[in-house]
Design a binder for this molecule. Structure first.
Ligand SMILES: Nc1nc2c(ncn2[C@@H]2O[C@H](COP(=O)(O)OP(=O)(O)OP(=O)(O)O)[C@@H](O)[C@H]2O)c(=O)[nH]1
Length: 249
């Protein structure tokens, strides 16, 4: 068995949009009138957090567009993508948001860093909106960078402070393709996750597309297993608010 953690694949329909009805019984005119896509049964927000350069953008883009960029620019502010999946017979529109990484004097600002009070207050309000709306949180570190693992408790503080207690948590050790440069063992990652109630763990590679779909689909499946399936969840506006506010920071 592959020693790397492999979340079992689940059947899922990617991408958005409904399929065209290609029945030959339909005339040319009705073919021209496309059926509107079936609206989503659920709308869920997932956020990806973690230190700089761990591969947050890469994981998001691999999942949503199946692309990988070798030399991506750092994310500043909030970035998000939409992807529709089908799970448990439901159509789910996912909004995947990247963390707010507020930069200054060459360092990242997590909560409580050396920003001015005014700036800190605004940062806190943006951050809390961003975390509050999340039904799922993907916390990422880089298995080849010690400091990204050491930063995990700081990110957990942010989760404890801002996120809903109901949010599903998944710890991801990314860059599994760099096995020869590995610093953080799989056991260390597992041990960290096991100390946090309900937190799942897996290792992945955005570059090799290993475990990426599984991360998001497993998280969504866990979220769905908690929510009542007949009540749509609408939390989309949260990230849009983040974007608007961040623009004026
Ligand atoms: N080898 C390898 N490199 C990766 C992987 N994922 C991301 N990278 C690289 O790591 C660098 C940072 O990736 P990003 O996706 O921009 O990381 P990020 O966490 O979004 O970074 P910030 O926006 O700065 O916080 C880029 O050069 C990526 O090409 C991976 O799975 N394997």
């Amino acid at each position: 068995m592959d020693p790397r953690y492999d979340i079992p694949r689940r059947a899922a329909g990617g991408g958005g949009g409904g399929s065209a009805n290609s029945s030959p019984a339909l005339g040319a005119q009705s073919r021209r009138r496309k059926m509107p896509p079936r609206p989503a049964d659920f709308k869920l927000q997932i956020i990806i957090i973690g230190s700089r350069g761990v591969g947050k953008t890469s994981l998001m883009e691999r999942f949503t567009d199946d692309t990988f960029c070798e030399a991506c620019k750092s994310t500043v502010g909030v970035d998000f993508k939409i992807k529709t999946v089908e799970l448990r017979g439901k159509k789910i529109r996912l909004q995947i948001c990247l963390t707010v990484t507020h930069r200054g004097k060459g360092r990242d600002y997590l909560a409580g860093s050396t920003v001015t009070l005014h700036c800190q207050e605004r940062f806190n309000s943006i951050t809390s909106a961003y975390y509050r709306g999340a039904k799922g949180i993907v916390l990422v570190y880089d298995i080849t960078k010690q400091e990204t693992f050491e930063d995990l408790p700081k990110w957990m503080k942010m989760i404890d402070k801002y996120a809903s207690e109901e949010a599903e948590l998944l710890l991801v050790g990314n860059k599994l393709d760099c096995e020869t440069d590995r610093i953080i063992s799989r056991q260390q990652g597992e041990r960290f996750a096991s100390r946090i109630s309900g937190m799942r763990f897996c290792e992945a590679s955005a570059k090799d597309n290993f475990n990426v779909d599984e991360i998001f689909l497993k998280l969504v499946d866990d979220i769905l297993s908690k929510v009542r399936l007949n009540v749509p969840e609408i939390h989309f506006t949260q990230c849009i608010h983040c974007l608007v506010h961040f623009g004026s920071l």
